[in-house]
Design a binder for this molecule. Structure first.
Ligand code: SF4
Length: 85
């Protein structure tokens, strides 16, 4: 008799980068413009994250956030002890 088992690993694999990018776009669209970091500031933040040792596969080791999400909100800040942005 064959057993139907749920593969938890496969469920994780379903969440590919393209899903995250789409979610990011939806989040951007839903966020009031006055709450969003402008594109120059957003780019500046991500450029700093790219050079940071705490960046790990798109997430920040200091807080666990996806940095592209964290950097999106104007009032958000870098959680590093030295507060890089
Ligand atoms: S510590 Fe700051 S600069 Fe480094 S990855 Fe996290 S948010 Fe980005």
């Amino acid at each position: 008799m064959q057993e139907n088992r749920i593969c938890r690993r496969c469920l994780l694999e379903e969440l590919g980068a393209s899903d995250l990018i789409q979610t990011l776009e939806e989040l951007k669209e839903a966020m009031p413009e006055e709450d969003r970091a402008d594109s120059a500031e957003y780019g500046r933040r991500l450029a700093i994250c790219r050079e940071c040792d705490s960046l790990n596969d798109g997430t920040c080791a200091k807080c666990g956030c996806y940095v592209e999400f964290r950097a999106l909100k104007k009032r958000m800040y870098c959680p590093h002890e030295e507060r890089k942005w």
